[in-house]
Design a protein around this ligand. Structure first.
Ligand code: NI
Ligand code: MN
Length: 225
């Protein structure tokens, strides 16, 4: 499995049968090193919640590549009205796709969808556990710290993407506790420094995490796990 960090919460997950993107906030993020036009064929799009910095360019990408969007029922209902191919799930559900299994995990956050002047109901925010071949990835989405994360240690997560920027999500100290609960082999800090209000030092996070290996990825950097 190759994972590429595009900044904020956007992550590409690539393997033989999948070229997925999680929370594709690309054109709105000045730090994102690529444009939508530079994406290779996207097979699947995972959306953790309805906020603009996560739903991002999902509609544009899905229209371009006919990608399947995996998200909660309410966001799926909104997107299917736009003619897109959606697979809806809900918190705690796990299902098999051709490339592997996906579980939708809880997140403590909001999920409203901005539509013109209105905010539409976007259901529950979530995270995802994505299994491809023998590797397991966890993307927390936007969330505060929760005791539920202790349950994730039984999943034997290979790589976890965890928000550290504070204000809307966990800050560094809470993210360190989350890592102690989840016990992933590798953890990648996300959702920081995109805006002044979520300024955080990923190397402070790296110093404070004791048991998992921290990989601070620059925008556009890929690693193979
Ligand atoms: Ni959010
Ligand atoms: Mn966010």
């Amino acid at each position: 499995m190759i994972v590429q960090y595009l900044g904020h919460a956007a992550v590409i997950v690539k393997d033989k049968e999948i070229n997925a993107i999680i929370d594709p906030f690309i054109s709105g993020n000045p730090n994102c090193p690529i444009t939508v036009d530079e994406l290779e064929k996207v097979t699947h799009i995972f959306v953790t919640h309805g906020h603009g910095d996560h739903l991002g360019d999902a509609v544009k990408i899905a229209k371009k590549f006919n990608s399947k969007i995996i998200c909660n029922f309410e966001i799926g209902n909104y997107l299917s009205k736009l003619g897109l191919d959606v697979h809806t799930m809900h918190i705690g559900g796990r299902t098999n796709f051709g490339f592997g299994r996906v579980k939708m995990t809880p997140a403590l956050h909001g999920s409203g969808i901005s539509d013109g002047d209105e905010i539409l109901e976007g259901g529950n925010p979530c995270g995802f556990i994505i299994e491809v071949e023998d590797k397991k990835l966890y993307h927390a989405g936007d969330t505060g710290l929760s005791l539920d994360m202790k349950l994730l240690q039984d999943e034997n997560i290979d790589i976890a993407f965890i928000p550290i920027g504070g204000n809307f999500t966990m800050d560094i100290d809470d993210a360190v506790k989350a890592v102690e609960f989840i016990k992933p082999k590798i953890v990648v800090p996300i959702h920081y420094n995109t805006f002044p209000v979520i300024k955080a030092d990923p190397f402070e996070f790296e110093k404070k995490v004791k048991e998992s290996k921290v990989r601070v990825l620059s925008f556009g950097e890929s690693i193979e796990i």
